[in-house]
Design a protein around this ligand. Structure first.
Ligand SMILES: NC(=O)c1ccc[n+]([C@@H]2O[C@H](COP(=O)([O-])OP(=O)(O)OC[C@H]3O[C@@H](n4cnc5c(N)ncnc54)[C@H](OP(=O)(O)O)[C@@H]3O)[C@@H](O)[C@H]2O)c1
Length: 289
C-alpha cells in the first residue's frame, strides 16, 4: 500500500480518490476549494494543509485538475509541488492537458529528482465511481508498470501508449472525435425532428445502424428530450479539449475544418452560459429551445 496524495476533488477526482482510499492506501487530499475535501475526509483521508504539506506526506502525488493552466498553477505556483517534490516521489498527472504541457511539467518535476508519469483517463463520472476507467500512460514504461497497481484502483485497465506527451495526444484525439460526433448528431437529429421524426425513433434507429456509438447512447436521450444537461463532463472541459486538438492539428500540419466547426459550436454554447453544464449542452450552440 502506498502513501498517496490526491489533488483535485472535482467531478472525476472525488470518486477516483474514494476508490484509491477504499483499496487501503494511506491517502492525503488537497483541493483549492477546501470545502470539497469534506467527503474524502469523512471517508478517512487526511486533509493536507497545503500543497507542500500534501507532498511531504506522499510517495505518489496524483493531480486531477481542470486544464493546462490549473496543472501549471499546482506545480509551479509559490508553495506548489516543485517546492516540495524530491527523489523517491512520483507525480502522476491524470488531468487532460496538451502534450506540450505534459512534457513541460515532466521536465520541471524531473528537475527535482522526482519521477513523472502522465496518465489521462477514458470514461466519465460513472466509470470513475465504478473504478472502470481506462488509464492511458505516457512516459517511462517501467514506471508505468510500477504504478499500475495504484492506477488499477481507479480503472479496469492501463494502456501505456508511448513517451511523455503521447497519452495526452491519445486522450485529445478521442475527445476530438467524441465532441465532433455530438455536434453532427445534434444537427442531424434536430433536422429530423423538425421534419417530423420522433426523437425516440431517431435514437432507436441510430443505435441499430453503422452510426451507433456510446457517446450518442449516453447523451442522445437527454439532448433530444428534457435537455437537463446534468454535468458529468462539463462543456467547458470538452471545449478546452477541442481547442487543444486544434492546436495539435496545427502543430502536425493537418487541416481540421470539421473539428474547427465543431469547436465553434462549443464556443457558441459556452457564450450562452452552458460552460458548467454537460458536454451534451453543445446542442445549445444550435438552438435556444
Ligand atoms: N468529467 C469527465 O467526464 C472527465 C472525463 C475524463 C477526463 N476529464 C478531465 O479530468 C480533469 C478534471 O475533470 P472534472 O470533470 O473532474 O473537472 P471539475 O469537476 O471541473 O474539477 C476540476 C478540479 O480542478 C481544480 N482546479 C481548477 N483550476 C485550478 C487551479 N488553478 N488550481 C488548483 N486547482 C484547480 C478544481 O478545484 P476547485 O474545486 O477549487 O474549483 C477541481 O478540483 C479535466 O482535465 C477533464 O478534462 C474529465
Amino acid at each position: 500500500m502506498a502513501k498517496v496524495g490526491f489533488i483535485g476533488l472535482g467531478i472525476m477526482g472525488e470518486p477516483m480518490c474514494l476508490n484509491v482510499l477504499s483499496k487501503g492506501h494511506d491517502v492525503a487530499v488537497y483541493n483549492r476549494t477546501r470545502a470539497k475535501m469534506g467527503t474524502l475526509v469523512a471517508a478517512g483521508a487526511k486533509a493536507a494543509a497545503s500543497l507542500a504539506d500534501l507532498v511531504h506526506r506522499s510517495e505518489v502525488v496524483i493531480t486531477m485538475v481542470a486544464d493546462p493552466a490549473a496543472v501549471r498553477d499546482v506545480v509551479t505556483a509559490k508553495g506548489g509541488l516543485l517546492s516540495a517534490l524530491s527523489p523517491g516521489t512520483t507525480h502522476i498527472d491524470m488531468s487532460t492537458v496538451s502534450p506540450e504541457t505534459s512534457r513541460e511539467i515532466a521536465l520541471l518535476v524531473r528537475g527535482t529528482g522526482a519521477d513523472y508519469l502522465e496518465a489521462p483517463v477514458l470514461g466519465s463520472r460513472q466509470a470513475a465511481i465504478d473504478g472502470t476507467l481506462t488509464v492511458l500512460t505516457g512516459g517511462d514504461a517501467d514506471l508505468s508498470r510500477r504504478m499500475e497497481p495504484l492506477l488499477l484502483a481507479m480503472g479496469k485497465q492501463v494502456i501505456h501508449v508511448g513517451d511523455t506527451g503521447m497519452a495526452a495526444h491519445m486522450k485529445l484525439l478521442i475527445n476530438q472525435i467524441m465532441g465532433t460526433v455530438l455536434c453532427v448528431f445534434a444537427e442531424a437529429a434536430l433536422t429530423g425532428m423538425e421534419a417530423g421524426l420522433p426523437a425516440d425513433k431517431i435514437l432507436e434507429a441510430i443505435q441499430c445502424s453503422a452510426a451507433a456509438c456510446p457517446a450518442i447512447r449516453a447523451k442522445g436521450k437527454d439532448m433530444l428530450g428534457e435537455r437537463v444537461f446534468t454535468p458529468n463532463f462539463p462543456l467547458k472541459h470538452a471545449w478546452k479539449d477541442m481547442r487543444l486538438a486544434l492546436e495539435a492539428g496545427k502543430a502536425a500540419g493537418i487541416p481540421m475544418p470539421v473539428t474547427a466547426a465543431a469547436c465553434a459550436l462549443f464556443g457558441a454554447a459556452w457564450d450562452k452560459g452552458f460552460g458548467d453544464r454537460d458536454v451534451s449542452a453543445v446542442l445549445r450552440g444550435l438552438t435556444d429551445n
